[in-house]
Design a protein around this ligand. Structure first.
Ligand code: ADP
Ligand code: MG
Length: 356
């Protein structure tokens, strides 16, 4: 059902994106990036492809760390342990490959990783062991930009090693696209991943036509007569997750106004929560980030207009480099987009959240 608000794992519950599913399933590069704003369907796309491929996989959901300001190696390995134990309960031979490497202990049939000391588990050895176990393995890190908060270990050398030497495939998804690039440092000559050609799959929000077709198909699946497609697109925009929530709500209330309002208040709660996470490490600058979001939400604004507004609010001069830094962070975390030198909120419900 298209209007089921959970992430989808079957193609028949997923609207369109046929090409993206096929492209992902080809896994034509050692590392594939799935990019797109929050709630454009990245996790669903990955789950559908994994289901159809029927190959062994490890799926790390880094959303778990969204509220944290840093992640240590131990926390990462706990997640890996859980996933690898799941895998080894299906493929018992996996244990044989893992117990050969340093930093792995086996208790009963439970695998434990050592995260500190000289004999701690090396992430590269782990990837190598997984590759020896099964070259078809797919290693997914969902919302991989969270890894930028990882302290005490650098994941880029293991990722580069896997890229160059191993057969297993790595899939990284990211809602905060600039941040994911900042983590991977693909364009930085001193980065281990410099110059590698990644396959990129980008999920864009639905266009007006796609959004209308999505709603039409969703309502016809549940036999509801609906006609106000344009109004929904105008108020909500093309983010699939919000449209899904709208369809789900309307199927319950059968009241257009109520469903639109409920979708917006649901979206607003999530957006504010996510913005709070974004602000968590911004200290004194929190207020300024909020003011920038308010300014661009009232109307898309140029760099110089944003600077003028901020300075007028505070009655002081703010240096260009400081403003540049704020705008870069907002862009990298996909709160804003920049078109023709003008900064705008990245989607309509973000705009609506900050303009009120
Ligand atoms: P992301 O991982 O990009 O944040 P999700 O896969 O969690 O996005 O999708 C967000 C919501 O939108 C889920 O309820 C999902 O079912 C729905 N959704 C996203 N894309 C589609 C689509 N193409 N067809 C049907 N539902 C979708
Ligand atoms: Mg997701």
């Amino acid at each position: 059902m298209l209007f089921d608000p959970a992430p989808k794992d079957k193609r028949e519950d997923f609207f369109d994106r046929e090409e993206e599913i096929e492209e992902l399933k080809l896994l034509s590069s050692p590392i594939t990036l799935i990019l797109g704003l929050r709630r454009t369907g990245k996790s669903s796309l990955i789950k559908i492809a994994l289901n159809e491929l029927n190959r062994p996989f490890i799926y790390l959901d880094m959303r778990k760390f969204e509220e944290k300001r840093s992640i240590n190696y131990r926390e990462l390995l706990i997640e890996m342990e859980r996933e690898i134990n799941k895998l080894s309960s299906k493929f018992s031979q996996l244990i044989e490959f893992l117990k050969r490497i340093e930093g792995v202990s086996i208790m009963g049939n439970q695998i434990r990783f050592k995260w500190q000391g000289n004999d701690r588990l090396s992430f590269t050895s782990l990837l190598e062991a997984l590759n020896d176990f099964n070259k078809d393995l797919i290693f997914v890190i969902d919302e991989a930009q969270e890894l930028i908060k990882l302290r005490g270990i650098d994941l880029l050398p293991p990722l580069a090693y896997a890229f160059d030497n191993l057969k297993i495939k790595i899939v990284l998804s990211g809602s905060e696209m600039g941040l994911l690039y900042r983590f991977l440092r693909i364009e930085d000559p001193s980065s281990p991943l410099f110059g590698r050609a990644f396959l990129k799959i980008e999920l864009k929000p639905f266009s007006r036509e796609e959004a209308i077709e999505f709603l039409k198909r969703g309502f016809s699946q549940i036999n509801i007569n609906f006609t106000e497609y344009d109004k929904v697109y105008e108020e909500i925009g093309g983010i699939p997750g919000w449209l899904t929530y709208f369809g789900y709500t309307y199927s319950r209330t059968r009241d257009l106004r109520k469903s639109l309002d409920e979708t917006f208040s649901f979206a607003k709660r999530l957006i504010i929560h996510e913005f709070e996470n974004f602000l968590a490490d911004k200290g004194e600058a929190r207020k300024r980030y909020l003011n920038i979001m308010r300014t661009v939400s009232v109307s898309c604004s140029s760099w110089s207009k944003i600077k003028r507004e901020l300075e007028a609010m505070e009655g002081i001069t703010i240096s260009d480099s400081v403003i540049y830094n704020y705008l870069k962070h907002l862009l990298d975390s996909s709160w804003t987009v920049k078109n023709d030198d003008v900064y705008c909120p990245s989607e309509p419900l973000i705009r609506k959240t900050f303009e009120t």
